[in-house]
Design a protein around this ligand. Structure first.
Ligand SMILES: Cc1cc2nc3c(=O)[nH]c(=O)nc-3n(C[C@H](O)[C@H](O)[C@H](O)COP(=O)(O)OP(=O)(O)OC[C@H]3O[C@@H](n4cnc5c(N)ncnc54)[C@H](O)[C@@H]3O)c2cc1C
Length: 427
């Protein structure tokens, strides 16, 4: 199969990139699972936007402070300055943000000095990504192929990426030839027992980059979310969004006492909960919604309310047990400000990439925004460069099919590679 542009991943980053590619070019998206099974669909809290010029310095400072001042300042500036145009695009695509008296409503989350987060109930990711998926499916030049797993890239003698090797839904192996390839493969949560991420999001693109000497960056920077619903069941951990604390929820220990400022950056709050769990010798502490009105709980957090209820906790009446869990990956495939990797014709966007915008720790609700800002920049550069690129005659000569003989072993090798790379960062 041949396509002008191949995008691996159907989350917010991949879909937003696809919708900004030239309409005259064939764009193919593949995804390991179904198209709506991505972490982007799970985002609860919202998406940040620079409200006005007066908010610039404070937004910049909040992002830098959360990132322990290790952020790439240029990336932060690009993200903040592009935020209004991304939100405008989303509204034009049909995304419905919450309104209050006819104006867009803004909420606040931990470590934000101002209310600058747009939201849709507590299912902002589903609203945004669902709409992007709908729009992508309407476009004649965009094709989405589900249950198809990228196993490797194909590299020519000039060290350019000229396509990928995939495992098809029927488990056969084939190749997809492309002029440009964009990794939009999400984070690494599937590698951890306790994570809010989908289990199939396992950092595959990072492992493939490692095998092809493509630079990775900040691989030790993993974000732990302070408040996920405690459960003894296996599988993904359910997030209790930061915006709940932004609206007044408090953290309580086993004795029912507050023990930290709930609106500090995520890493600080997660550490405080861990310390309290140690003191109490318990695998969880509590979040109490008692300062939030029933009206707000039911209107702003209906998904959190109903999921807690299904697990046996009525947050209108009692505190809910919470535990910190792996949530987000600040590191990833090193990219420049146009999202290009260190290999020609290969781009990386969204959580799988690292342009340094988050530094050591991500500020709440900056990731959907960052994914789309830098997806659009990748699309702009590819739209210009693609005019000079032709398909080569036969790319199978660059593929060693023997390598894909035992796929399960290869997938395990990839997981180990990524975990080793993360561990190496701590040495
Ligand atoms: C529970 C939760 C709540 C969140 N809340 C917020 C929030 O309120 N605000 C915010 O800004 N951010 C939030 N985030 C973070 C945000 O959702 C993600 O960082 C962002 O959506 C990542 O988007 P993405 O497109 O990069 O990756 P994803 O949406 O994770 O998509 C990755 C895609 O890559 C595909 N893929 C992966 N590997 C392969 C492969 N080998 N072959 C083929 N396909 C592959 C997957 O199938 C998937 O389609 C939240 C995250 C979670 C988990």
């Amino acid at each position: 199969m041949k396509t002008d542009i191949l995008i691996v991943g159907t989350g917010a980053a991949g879909l937003f990139a696809a919708l900004h590619m030239p309409r005259g070019r064939q764009v193919t998206l593949i995804t390991k699972d179904e198209a709506d099974k991505s972490d982007s669909f799970l985002a609860q809290g919202g998406i940040c936007m620079l409200r006005n010029e007066k908010d610039y310095e404070s937004y910049f400072e909040d992002t830098m402070k959360a990132g322990h001042y290790e952020n790439d300042k240029e990336s932060v500036d690009i993200m903040i300055r592009s935020s209004q145009s991304v939100i405008k695009d989303l509204i034009e695509f049909g995304v419905n943000f919450e309104h209050h008296h006819g104006h867009i409503a803004f909420t606040r989350e931990g470590a934000h000095s101002n209310a600058r987060i747009l939201f849709h109930e507590d299912q902002t990711g589903k609203e945004i990504t669902g709409m992007l998926l709908k729009r992508a499916m309407e476009r004649d030049n965009i094709k989405i192929i589900e249950n198809t797993c990228m196993l490797d890239i194909i590299e020519n003698e000039e060290n350019e990426c000229i396509g990928v090797v995939v495992q098809n839904p029927d488990t056969t192996i084939s190749i997809i030839q492309s002029k440009f390839t964009v990794f939009a493969c999400g984070g690494v949560g599937g590698l951890y027992t306790n994570s809010t991420n989908f289990r199939h999001i396992t950092g595959d693109a990072m492992a493939i980059c490692k095998c092809h000497n493509i630079a990775l960056k900040d691989m030790k920077y993993i974000q732990i979310h302070p408040t996920t619903l405690y459960s003894e069941k296996d599988g993904r951990r359910f997030l209790i969004s930061e915006s709940v604390r932004g609206e007044g929820a408090v953290l309580l220990n086993q004795a029912g006492n507050r023990f930290t400022d709930e609106l500090q950056p995520r890493d600080v709050v997660a550490k405080a909960i861990r310390e309290e769990m140690k003191k109490d010798n318990m695998p969880y502490e509590f979040i109490s919604f008692e300062n939030i009105s029933e009206k707000i709980i039911r209107s702003h957090f209906p998904n959190i309310y109903s999921t807690c209820l299904q697990e046996g906790y009525d947050c209108l009446r009692e505190p809910v047990p919470i535990v910190p869990a792996q949530h987000y990956f600040m590191g990833g495939i090193a990219v420049d400000y146009q999202s290009k990797t260190t290999m020609d014709r290969l781009y990386a966007i969204g959580e799988t990439s690292c342009n340094g915008v988050h530094g050591r720790n991500r500020l709440a609700s900056n990731s959907l925004l960052e994914s789309m800002v830098f997806a659009q920049r990748a699309a702009s550069e590819i739209s210009i460069l693609i005019d000079g690129v032709e398909f080569p005659d036969d790319i199978s000569v660059y593929v060693d099919f023997e390598r894909y003989h035992d796929i399960d072993a290869l997938k395990e090798e990839y997981k180990k590679l990524v975990l080793d790379e993360i561990d190496a960062g701590f040495e």
